[in-house]
Design a protein around this ligand. Structure first.
Ligand code: 4NP
Length: 163
């Protein structure tokens, strides 16, 4: 994490998964609420994108929305693919798993852009997972697990950004 929150410019975080319809839009909503709860809405820009364009323009997966809603998250993001300009625009690009991180490194144009990519792993405290597993082919438990992991990881990531 080269840059942390400073007084004058918005801190911009991009969450990235494969399809941008399950994990990363959920991460975006979880982090947005944490920022809002702390009165920091104007200081941050939180967005998400996917390494594939499979679901371009789609709302998050219905199952992800159904599981997020009781926790108070309305997922309204429209899926989009990561683009080269994201590496200039964002301060921090957070990958949900190592495949996402590898794909992002392929897209980065400079060493500085590579340094903006971080795996979510160090922010997760879970006995079995140090990444956010793809829930797409899983049942309900998979979607609940994604939200549990993200609520923990985003809280820890925000502490680091603010430190
Ligand atoms: P996500 O989940 O990367 O968390 O959005 C997936 C969504 C769609 C597909 C794979 C993963 N897919 O293959 O269509």
């Amino acid at each position: 994490m080269d840059r942390k929150l400073s007084s004058n410019e918005k801190y911009k975080i991009l969450f990235v998964c494969l399809g941008n319809i399950c994990r990363s839009p959920a991460a975006q909503a979880v982090m947005q609420r944490l920022v809002d709860e702390r009165g920091l809405t104007e200081r941050f820009l939180i967005d998400s994108a996917g390494t594939s364009g499979y679901h371009d323009g789609d709302l998050p997966d219905r199952r992800m929305r159904v599981h997020a809603r009781p926790r108070g998250y309305e997922l309204t993001h429209r899926s989009r693919r990561v683009e080269g300009s994201d590496f200039e625009e964002f301060d921090l690009i957070v990958a949900m798993d190592s495949a996402n991180a590898a794909d992002l490194r392929e897209l980065a144009a400079t060493p500085e852009e590579v340094r903006k990519i971080e795996l979510i792993s160090p922010y997760i405290n879970h006995p079995h997972y140090d990444y956010v597993p793809d829930p797409y082919y899983e049942g309900s438990e998979g979607f609940e697990l994604v939200l549990d992991l993200l609520e923990d990881a985003c809280r820890n990531l925000l502490i680091k950004v603010l430190s």
